[in-house]
Design a protein around this ligand. Structure first.
Ligand code: PMP
Length: 355
């Protein structure tokens, strides 16, 4: 039972399909990794991955879907390189370590300001209310991290930014529920949580922002370059794209994002209910309204209990429950591919451990 925060569990069906096709993609006698990225066999996979992203997230035609490399961290730099011209400033809302990193990287490119933060004593346990934000109506964009993988908080309703494009790092929550893409200027997500293996980033960006993006940066970092070439300007990470296709096909076969959301909320509830019913034993450092359905963070009273908890969980074949090294405690990541029965088993174990 894999509760890793990322790279994380992948749907078994997506892996089994990869296994079955590994030596022979569609009767071609070769694996997908051995095909030219300019050939028909790979192109079909590539286009299907993009089409499934568009279909599942209901992405309007006014948006471009890009498949890029460099991880979400590279987007921390690529977003301001493209969208933050000289003379303009960009807003960042800080809700955790990843938004801090995005902000820091933005600073190396241009003028950025903090439009809100929930930091308290070095920790982040909540999501700000709209009224707490001091948004600049002239900002080039406003950046948020939709799910804070380390601290276990998640935006439920996204902030209103008026005509300022909202940019969201959705690395740990893209594809877990339906979203209204038209509310965003740009969405980016490293694939290694809900989408597939690492080495791939999905970017969904309004076409006018691509067209208006800066041209005084290296070609390879311009969204324009990848948009004009259907993300085939240079050699893409073909195996990662292939697995993205398999994962999205599996999401579709399992009812799409509405079904995913119901399943994910039910999974998270199983675990949060145990924490709440045993609050004398399990602590929750996250404000209830901000609880993430993807990364469930909880604490035990002493380091000895935490060590014992992890050791007992391991005996039950539960992996990845140790919290991020910067915050400690426990973290159960319950992405799409984490099965409801694993969450039930974890909830039962938590009850038994307390008893
Ligand atoms: N943003 C968020 C929200 C993340 O969870 C992570 C990785 N855990 C990153 C960015 C960084 O991703 P990468 O390692 O792909 O650069």
């Amino acid at each position: 039972m894999n509760f890793n925060a990322g790279p994380a569990a992948l749907p078994l069906a997506a892996l089994e399909r990869a296994q079955a096709e590994l030596l022979d993609l569609g009767g071609t006698g070769m694996s997908v990794m051995e095909h030219s990225h300019r050939g028909k066999a790979y192109e079909a996979v590539h286009n299907e991955a993009i089409a499934l992203t568009r279909e599942l997230l209901n992405v309007p035609e006014t948006y471009q879907i890009l498949l890029l490399q460099g991880g979400a961290s590279q987007q921390f730099a690529t977003v301001p390189m493209n969208l933050l011209p000289q003379g303009k400033s960009a807003d960042y809302v800080l809700t955790g370590a990843w938004s801090q990193k995005a902000y820091k990287e933005g600073k190396t490119i241009g003028t950025v300001r903090v439009a809100g933060t929930t930091e308290k004593d070095g920790k982040f346990g909540r999501i700000p209310a709209q009224s707490e934000l001091t948004l600049d109506a002239n900002a080039a964009y406003a950046h948020i991290t939709s799910n804070n993988t380390i601290f276990g908080t998640q935006w439920d309703k996204f902030p209103e930014t008026g005509s300022v494009p909202l940019v969201a790092d959705m690395s740990s929550d893209l594809m877990w529920r339906p979203i209204d893409v038209s509310k965003f200027g740009l969405i980016y997500a490293g694939a290694q949580k809900n989408l597939g293996p690492s080495g791939l980033v999905v970017v969904i960006v309004r076409k006018d922002l691509v067209e208006g993006g800066r041209k005084d940066i290296p070609t390879i970092f311009q969204y324009r370059t990848h948009a004009e070439n259907n993300s085939l300007y240079n050699t893409p990470p073909t195996f990662s794209v292939y697995l993205l296709r398999n994962v999205l096909d599996d999401v579709k076969k399992n009812g799409g994002l509405a079904a995913m959301e119901k399943r994910n909320r039910d999974k998270a509830k199983l675990i949060y209910d145990v924490i709440d019913a045993r609050s004398d034993f399990y602590g929750s450092p996250v404000e209830k309204s901000a609880r993430s359905a993807m990364n469930i963070v909880f604490t035990l009273k002493t380091p000895e209990l935490e060590t014992e908890f992890l050791a007992e969980a391991k005996k039950l074949k539960m992996e990845g429950l140790k919290g991020h090294r910067s915050v400690g405690g426990m973290r159960a990541s319950t992405y799409n591919a984490v099965l409801p029965e694993w969450c039930k088993a974890l909830a039962d174990f938590m009850k038994a451990f307390k008893a």
